[in-house]
Write a protein that binds this ligand. Structure first.
Ligand code: GLC
Length: 534
């Protein structure tokens, strides 16, 4: 179908999303942890960068066992980050700039300190008992089944007071809610309504595919691909603890609520293969608007595999299902560390020229890389619970590098996590006016994407390539050819199925002449080209 013929494109289809990990973005009160007022002071930067929407990782009250992904109050703001008043000010400032604000919602589990759980665990006949997943021991007196926690060990925690186990897909401090219970559904929808009434533009729904579990509690089968260096969770295939058919009813419920409001967005965090991922668009697109597509994170950096996956994804999308692409987030090694500095520039061009909404992880636009955190400074529970497996996510959550002053101007206090040692060279201030910087490349790509309909709403046409090259055309009123060299070695692009005559608009190699090209194209190693076709 010709995608440009759709009647109207919405903000979240045309624009770019930027993820802020609030602890690490900007600290306004010298406590070493980023906050809402800090974000407000950086909105001009985000506007200058050209992004459309900000997604903020959780800022709700939380004991911070999983840095905010353990929520103790779904309708408040943690004092570390500010107050509801600060939040309203942020929302106003974001909207004043024509931008949108997306909140993180963590409905699969709450904190074990949430009043709901405190009640639920207090006695077997408490009215909220059934809000969580309580079970008697299995036949052997151990856990009810073999389900594992993503963060290591069994997914079941024994509770002395009431002599039952409760299930937690993540930490034991993050008990899973019982989404089959209509009261739970109502309570969470009410919380969503609270934020939507305040003017929030959408939610990124945490671990959406986890929300409903098998109602017979069957054991998960072993994972034949498990290797000892992997997290213990990988020992089993979570066939019964995740991605149950009934989850789509819950997603549909959330979507119906969003549809009561104008122009809101629901994103789902879903780590599943493409054929399963696309089911989260829902029947007739009544599910999530954007089930996050993590293929660029999951795949090896290989042109053949990436190009065939792009085609597979394009082919699997339901009619009118809008694509999206993600290169990094707070759970994944940074792109600059995964593929190297030079290829990170090629990756930026890929992310920002593909068809579908791109999500940029804070700091990737200045090429931030994973930072080695000494063992005694590790904070992430995933790292602490499974020592020796190198699973801490701290390295990709280090403070944003604003300038070359103390702590890169992130804080005047002691940063909660150490900064990259190279921050004096590598920061927003230094890169802003440097024609060859990553930031300049990002800004130019964003500008082109925002101004050229072909790049934000145009069709995607795959182009056959050989070796380590990846190529495609984006087409609307104009046509653009993107050719990316995913190797360090120079290469030739000799198209067999398209006529090439155009002008290079942008190269990831700063010294490239922006001249006309015809027929064969020569690429440097690590070079990506954006060519406007005549
Ligand atoms: C999601 C979040 C991750 C968190 C987990 C549990 O995957 O992105 O940071 O630890 O859910 O809430």
């Amino acid at each position: 179908m010709d995608q440009t013929q759709q009647p109207k494109h919405l903000w979240w289809q045309k624009g770019i999303i930027y993820q802020i990990y609030p602890r690490s973005f900007m600290d306004s009160n010298a406590d070493g942890v980023g906050d809402i007022q800090g974000i407000i002071t950086k909105l001009d930067y985000l506007q200058w960068l050209g992004i459309q929407a900000i997604w903020v990782s959780p800022v709700y009250p939380s004991p911070m066992a999983d840095f905010g992904y353990d929520i103790a109050d779904y309708t408040g703001i943690h004092p570390l980050f500010g107050s509801l008043k600060d939040f309203d000010a942020l929302l106003k400032q974001v909207h004043g700039r024509g931008m949108k604000l997306i909140l993180d919602l963590v409905p699969n589990h709450s904190s074990d300190q949430h009043p709901w759980f405190l009640e639920s665990r207090s006695s077997r006949d408490n009215p909220k008992r059934d809000w969580y997943l309580w079970h008697d021991p299995g036949k052997d007196g151990g856990p009810p089944n073999n389900w594992l926690s993503v963060f290591g060990g069994s997914g079941w925690e024994w509770d002395e007071t009431t002599s039952q186990y409760y299930y937690h897909a993540f930490l034991k401090e993050q008990p899973d809610l019982n989404w089959r219970n209509p009261e739970v559904q109502q309570a969470m929808l009410d919380a969503m309504r609270f934020w939507m009434d305040r003017g929030v533009d959408g939610f990124r729904v945490d671990v959406m595919w986890h929300m409903v579990k098998d109602n017979q509690w069957r054991n998960n089968p072993p994972n034949p691909d498990y290797k000892p260096h992997m997290a213990t969770y990988e020992k089993l295939t979570p066939a019964y603890s995740t991605d149950q058919p009934e989850v789509h009813e819950i997603v549909g419920m959330m979507r119906r609520l969003m549809d009561e409001y104008e122009d809101r967005l629901i994103i789902g965090e879903i780590y599943l293969p493409i054929h399963k991922l696309v089911t989260y668009y829902g029947i007739n697109n009544q599910g999530a608007h954007l089930p996050f597509n993590f293929q660029l994170i999951a795949l090896p950096w290989n042109a053949r595999q990436i190009s065939s996956t792009i085609d597979q994804y394009e082919g699997a999308l339901p009619a009118n299902g809008w694509p999206n692409w993600v290169l990094g987030n707070h759970d994944q090694s940074r792109i600059a560390s995964r593929v190297g500095k030079s290829q990170a520039r090629v990756a930026a061009m890929l992310l920002l020229t593909l068809r579908g909404t791109p999500t940029i992880y804070y700091g990737d636009e200045i090429g931030m890389h994973d930072v080695a955190i000494p063992e005694e400074e590790v904070q992430d529970p995933q790292g602490l619970n499974m020592p020796g497996l190198n699973l801490s996510r701290d390295p990709f959550r280090t403070p944003m590098q604003w300038d070359d002053s103390l702590n890169a101007a992130f804080t005047t206090g002691k940063p909660w996590l150490r900064l990259a040692e190279d921050y004096k060279r590598n920061n927003v201030q230094a890169q802003k006016d440097d024609a060859e910087s990553m930031l300049t490349l990002y800004r130019r790509l964003i500008e082109l994407r925002n101004t050229e309909p072909a790049l934000h709403i145009g069709n995607y046409i795959p182009v056959y390539t050989e070796n380590d090259l990846l190529a495609f055309i984006r087409e609307a009123d104009k046509r653009f050819l993107v050719v990316l060299n995913l190797s360090h070695a120079p290469g030739y692009f000799t198209p067999t199925d398209v006529e090439i005559h155009g002008r290079i608009l942008l190269s990831t190699c700063a010294d490239r002449q922006l001249n006309e090209v015809q027929g064969k194209i020569t690429l440097n190693g690590d070079e990506g080209l954006l060519i406007e076709l005549f």
